[in-house]
Structure formats: structure tokens, C-alpha cells
Design a protein around this ligand. Structure first.
Ligand SMILES: [Zn+2]
Ligand SMILES: [Zn+2]
Length: 278
């Protein structure tokens, strides 16, 4: 996903780099890779992606956030191959049982929160928060002090040299709308996540099973389409995307029907589809 100038990849299953290539997403632009948990379908594409980045002369720094264990996996693969990656990167191993702020840069904030799955697993919330107004540079009087400029970005009115009040809106653009996205990868139904995902514009929630297989969902610590819709309703999300469907289902229309019974504004996750938040 893209937030301002930053590019974020959440989870990296087998074949991720080929999908990115196919959909013309530049892997070298990625700043942050977030791995929810260490089940293969969520990270087995990572090593291949890292090697391709290295082969293609990546120069940008890369931050990877993942549960404990990923550092060993990466090191083992590099050691046995007597290889190194030709770019700087850091693997931040995260305690998945606690929420914390992982990234805070410009308008971007990324937080993790615990999910309830068979192994340590976390979800992510990505916020784009604008608190500073952009200045209309062509309209600014010449002699403004740094303090006055700062006041303008905060939305305050200022006075000119003759004491005349200048309205903030004549010199600044309206504050950009903040946006939020939450990603709940593998998890059973859990109301414990509601605080972390409250009010997001877009919620991705897994829906591995249909309600008729709720027992199987509980055994494997996955969710049903109904569970995902209920979480979206309780979290007052604006829109829900469901995915991670079990391969036992040959057609996916039933997932949408089941989810929309409880949460109307829902779509099935589709490969290559672009979702815009505005
Ligand atoms: Zn899993
Ligand atoms: Zn999975």
C-alpha cells in the first residue's frame, strides 16, 4: 500500500514478487515490510523478494517488522548460501502480544496489535494523519516570521505589521483528510481487537470459512465471513474487505452474501485490485 511517499508491503506469501511485477508495482520503492506471523503463506515469498531487491541494486533502506524468529530464518538462509544482501536493512522483531507504534514518519503512523491465532500473530493499523496545513506560497506576505508561519500551519489566524487580522484560510489549504486502514490477517473471532481498529476507513479481515464450517474455524483459529462482518460492524469500519478463503470452496459468492447480511459495504479481496481511500 502507498501512504504519501511511503510504500508498505503487508505479508509476503509465496510468489509475491511476481504478483507485484505483474501489476507493475516497483519492489525497490518498498520502505516497510510488515509480516503478521510465520505461517508459510504469509512470509515464504520474502527471501526471494529480498534477493531480487539485492540483485537489482537496491539502494533504499528497508525496515522489516515481524514476530520473533524471522531474523534467524533470514540469517540461516544467507549463511548456508554464503551470501549477503547488497543493501541496508533491519529486521525489527516485535512482541506480537503487545500493541506499539512501529513507524511514525511525516503523516504516516503504523501500529501493531495482537491477533488470536495458533502461533504469535499480529495485525497492523496504518494511519495517514494530517495535522499541518499546507501554505498557499504564492499568497504569503513577504515578511512573515517563522512563528507566524508555524501558526498558519496549525490553522491559526495571524496579524500583519499594521495589526490587521489575516484569516488562516486565505493563506492555507484546508487540512487533508486523515485516512486509516487496518489489516487483520489470520485470527479467530476476537473482540479484543476492536479498540485497535475502531473507526477505520478500510478494514481487511480474513474470512477463511463460511459459517457452516464455524467449528473448523474455531479449531484452526480462523474466522468466518460472518465473524469478519460482525467485527466490521462493532468497529464501525466504513468498508470491509474479506480474503484468505479456504481452497475447499470452489465459488466465493457465498462469502460475500454471508458477510453482507451483517455488513453491507463489503467486497471480496481481489488480486491486483486497487482500493483508493479518499
Ligand atoms: Zn496462519
Ligand atoms: Zn494464513
Amino acid at each position: 500500500m502507498q501512504v504519501g511517499k511511503y510504500h508498505i508491503l503487508i505479508d509476503c506469501g509465496d510468489g509475491t514478487q511476481y504478483q507485484l511485477l505483474r501489476h507493475k508495482v516497483s519492489i525497490q520503492k518498498i520502505d516497510y515490510i510488515l509480516i503478521s506471523h510465520l505461517h508459510g503463506d504469509h512470509y515464504l515469498g520474502l527471501m526471494g523478494l529480498l534477493f531480487t531487491m539485492s540483485l537489482n541494486q537496491r539502494s533504499k533502506y528497508l525496515h522489516i517488522f515481524a514476530p520473533f524468529g524471522l531474523k534467524d530464518i533470514i540469517e540461516a538462509q544467507l549463511n548456508v548460501a554464503n551470501s549477503t544482501l547488497n543493501f541496508e536493512f533491519e529486521v525489527h522483531e516485535i512482541n506480537t502480544f503487545e500493541s506499539q507504534v512501529l513507524v511514525e514518519k511525516d503523516a504516516l503512523m503504523i501500529r501493531n496489535f495482537p491477533l488470536d491465532h495458533r502461533i504469535p500473530c499480529m495485525g497492523f493499523r496504518v494511519d495517514e494523519v494530517y495535522s499541518k496545513r499546507k501554505l498557499k506560497k504564492e499568497k504569503l506576505p513577504m515578511n512573515l516570521s517563522p512563528d507566524q508561519l508555524k501558526a498558519l500551519t496549525k490553522g491559526e489566524d495571524i496579524q500583519d505589521t499594521s495589526g490587521q487580522l489575516i484569516k488562516n484560510e486565505s493563506l492555507t489549504y484546508p487540512l487533508e483528510k486523515s485516512k486509516s486502514y487496518a489489516y487483520c490477517s489470520d485470527t479467530c473471532y476476537s473482540e479484543a481487537i476492536l479498540d485497535a481498529i475502531q473507526g477505520v476507513d478500510l478494514l481487511y479481515h480474513e474470512a477463511t470459512f463460511l459459517q457452516e464450517h464455524a467449528e473448523r474455524a474455531a479449531q484452526t483459529k480462523h474466522s468466518t465471513a460472518h465473524d469478519a462482518a460482525k467485527i466490521a460492524t462493532l468497529a464501525k469500519a466504513n468498508k470491509l474487505i474479506i480474503g484468505h478463503f479456504s481452497s475447499r470452496y470452489k465459488e466465493l459468492g457465498s462469502f460475500l452474501i454471508e458477510a453482507q447480511e451483517y455488513f453491507e459495504n463489503c467486497e471480496l479481496a481481489e488480486e491486483g485490485k486497487v482500493y483508493l481511500l479518499d
